[in-house]
Design a protein around this ligand. Structure first.
Ligand code: GTB
Length: 219
């Protein structure tokens, strides 16, 4: 198989915390043991025609493999999971349920978490800020309460670790220092289990190396 190339921030605004969406793609590739290359892009380069040919919205991550060019982190993780063993169950129903969890992570849980993180950057100091934060925190807690209840004592969301867990853990990590995740010990432990996986650790170290300036770029 051709070695895929992904794109990531040349300088991630998260300071190496692995919160940008290339992290989930790196993690998926590490889980399945697929080596990959990284093309680091600046904010300016992301908006240029060369990168927009890969990504219509001028963002990261993207994924190139032979003549396939993909954008959208969820689609990329699904592609990786479909081409390799280890991220989706073999049985049809289990596979469908794991994909449902992928959509749940991206469509149901991530939106209020993402909105909150944007609000804390762009809306701080605005007269409506406190009210907006309260509204978003309420939506997040509603989701986390249900998610925590569903996970219960289980290790992963539906049987063995899947791409659904991978995406859900990356989404929950985005709560960062908000303190909200810590209100849900079941979910904190779930995120910690994800972060303890060797593949996660390798992916995290690789994106951190970029932040430290020791990451390699193949531009
Ligand atoms: N739906 C797309 C996907 O899942 O791939 C969204 C892609 C996206 O939002 N990419 C962001 C981007 O390229 C980076 S990940 N932004 C640049 C731009 O739009 O011009 C989002 C992100 C950015 C920063 C942090 N952070 O600093 O903590 C975390 C996450």
């Amino acid at each position: 198989m051709t070695t895929p190339t992904i794109t990531a921030f040349e300088r991630s605004p998260d300071g190496g915390k692995g919160l940008a969406r290339d992290m989930r793609v790196r993690w998926a590739l590490e889980e399945v043991g697929q080596p990959y290359e990284v093309r680091l892009v600046s904010f300016a380069a992301m908006k240029e025609a060369e990168h927009r040919a890969r990504h219509p919205f001028g963002q990261i991550p993207t994924y190139e493999e032979a003549d396939l060019v993909l954008f959208e982190s969820g689609a990329i993780v699904l592609h990786i999971a479909e081409r390799h063993d280890g991220l989706l169950p073999r049985d049809t129903n289990g596979r469908a349920r794991a994909i449902a969890w992928m959509f749940a992570a991206l469509n149901t849980v991530e939106p209020p978490i993402f909105e909150r993180s944007i609000a804390t950057i762009l809306e701080k100091g605005e007269p409506w800020y406190e009210q907006r934060l309260r509204t978003l925190d309420k939506s997040i807690r509603t989701r986390l309460t249900d998610l925590s209840r569903r996970l219960g004592d289980a290790e992963w969301l539906d049987g063995t670790f899947s791409a659904g867990d991978l995406l859900m853990v990356t989404v929950l990590r985005r709560l960062g220092s908000s303190g909200i995740l810590e209100e849900y010990p079941t979910l904190s432990a779930y995120v910690a289990r994800g972060e303890a996986r060797p593949a996660y650790k390798r992916a995290f170290a690789d994106q951190f190396a970029v932040f430290e300036g020791s990451g390699k770029a193949q531009t």
